[in-house]
Design a protein around this ligand. Structure first.
Ligand code: D5M
Ligand code: FE
Ligand code: ZN
Length: 467
């Protein structure tokens, strides 16, 4: 039990009342004295002298009257990580992925007609058939695209000639699941007639009832010589300013790569000004402790932060060692799903963007939200297996996008970008690290020093540039 909640419980008991345990979550975001005020108001309102329990509902009523914010962590992998072992673990992972994605795609009317690939191979007619499988390989030839599809019963080679279907086939992500409408022709080639993706439906996103703002930032790389400390401190000072938007900010989401880490890439030592993880985390906690405590901060890890590297990543370790003065911070895993004033936000560092850029023709780093759209369409955060993004052999595939987000945010590629897709706001939160020699050698031009801010009521996006 937190000290704050114990204090609140005692206060209620002194007044002859009990409190339901789930009220404790409010003690994390609201000042104890404010909570005691609310308790006093609830007690004054209770006329039935036999009712001596303060419930979550009593509380919610007053919270909604007195503050503008509420939040909830809907999915955080940290406590769910089990890690299966080797081949067996990966077998469970891919089976779980297949089952979950099949369940999502089953909502499509075409699904009622699905055949297995084994059925297709033994079929002698030219009938139209539907198969549901993972894309194992794509070869782009002059006149057609060849796809190898696998559905755990068998695999087939499917040819795409139609220009419209070729566009979809070209944008399919390796290892992603889709339904393929096919027909075997007279020369026994299997021709693709249509490709149906899991996708997300067009819809109106959930919105906050009041003007509440959230800031998205990522890739600070504290400890690197290229971390823009001066600009980042100016951003933090702005949070305490009288600026209208600043006063309305209730949340900050930090989308990974807070520190630069140690031994992450060859020759990194020469580019560090803090040479241990402890120094880097202490500095991070110190800088973040200057953020006003009324702002609730959620932090996920990236590939430079401590903890395991493979997805899904647990929260950055060391909350009590480093972040003691940051009671407004929640360290959560990568990826996580949270709700902010009823708006569902999917937070993912974005490691797999590298794999998509590498394996999908025509996709580049300059518009990361294009990649995010493809991930949403595949309903998976990291479909491509065996490339640069390590994936742990979990029994459950926590990277399937089951729950459709209202806002989907990534970082990692150091390029600020936003867009919307079928009602979901897509954001890449940029960076606070200047271009490094490595990035310049591989032609990555980052857009550093800008905070991206969203009004949760209107979904309007603002940029505040400090560089
Ligand atoms: O990644 C920052 C950006 O740099 C991101 O777009 C990936 C890219 N990057 C990082 N390492 C490599 C290598 N080894 N090759 C090519 N591109 C790379 P960050 O996670 O901040 O290091
Ligand atoms: Fe980064
Ligand atoms: Zn990264």
């Amino acid at each position: 039990m937190s000290e704050a909640f114990e204090d609140v419980l005692n206060y209620a008991l002194e007044n002859g009342f009990q409190i339901q345990p789930n009220v404790s979550k409010w003690c994390e975001i609201i000042d104890v004295n404010e909570i005691k005020n609310i308790i006093q108001k609830i007690i004054n309102k209770k006329t039935d002298k036999n009712d001596i329990v303060i419930t979550e509902n009593d509380f919610n009523e007053w919270i909604n009257k007195t503050t503008n914010t509420k939040y909830n962590i809907l999915l955080d992998p940290t406590s769910r990580i089990t890690s299966g072992e080797g081949i067996n673990g990966y077998y469970s992972l891919f089976k779980d992925r297949f089952v979950k994605l099949k369940k999502i795609i089953m909502q499509r009317p075409e699904f009622k007609k699905i055949n297995t690939i084994s059925d297709v191979l033994s079929e002698k007619s030219n009938n139209i058939m539907y198969v549901c499988g993972l894309l194992l390989k794509r070869d782009t030839e002059k006149k057609f695209i060849k796809l190898i599809i696998d559905d755990l019963t068998n695999s087939i080679e499917v040819l795409v000639f139609d220009e419209k279907i070729k566009n979809i086939a070209g944008m399919l992500l390796l290892d992603q699941l889709a339904i393929f409408k096919i027909q075997v022709n007279d020369s026994r080639n299997i021709i693709c007639k249509e490709i149906i993706l899991p996708d997300i439906p067009e819809r109106k996103p959930n919105r906050s009832k009041n003007d509440t703002y959230v800031v998205f930032i990522s890739d600070l790389h504290i400890g690197s010589k290229y971390f823009m400390e001066k600009e980042f401190n100016e951003f933090i000072s702005w949070l305490s300013s009288e600026d209208y938007i600043a006063t309305k900010i209730a949340f900050i989401i930090i989308v990974g790569d807070l520190v630069d880490g140690i031994g992450i890439y060859p020759g990194q030592n020469d580019e560090l000004n803090l040479d241990t993880i402890d120094k880097q985390l202490h500095k991070t906690a110190y800088i973040l402790s200057k953020i006003p405590k009324r702002i609730k901060i959620f932090v996920i890890p990236g590939n430079h932060d401590p903890g395991r590297r493979a997805l899904p990543q647990p929260a950055i370790p060391g909350k009590f060692k480093f972040f003691n003065n940051n009671e407004n911070i929640s360290l959560i895993g990568n990826p996580s799903l949270i709700s902010l004033n009823d708006v569902k936000v999917l937070i993912y560092h974005g490691q797999s963007i590298d794999d998509v850029v590498k394996t999908t023709p025509g996709i580049h780093y300059d518009k990361p939200t294009t990649v995010m759209k493809l991930l949403l369409r595949s309903r998976h955060l990291s479909p491509i297996y065996g490339n640069r993004t390590p994936i742990a052999p979990e029994y459950n595939d926590m990277l399937v996008i089951d729950n459709i987000p209202d806002i989907f945010v990534t970082g990692h590629v150091h390029i600020l970008d936003y867009n919307s897709y079928r009602g979901t706001l897509l954001i890449n939160s940029g960076t606070w690290q200047k271009q490094t020699p490595f990035q310049s050698s591989v032609g990555i031009t980052p857009t550093p020093g800008t905070a991206l801010i969203v009004n949760l009521k209107t979904f309007k996006v603002y940029q505040n540039n400090f560089s």
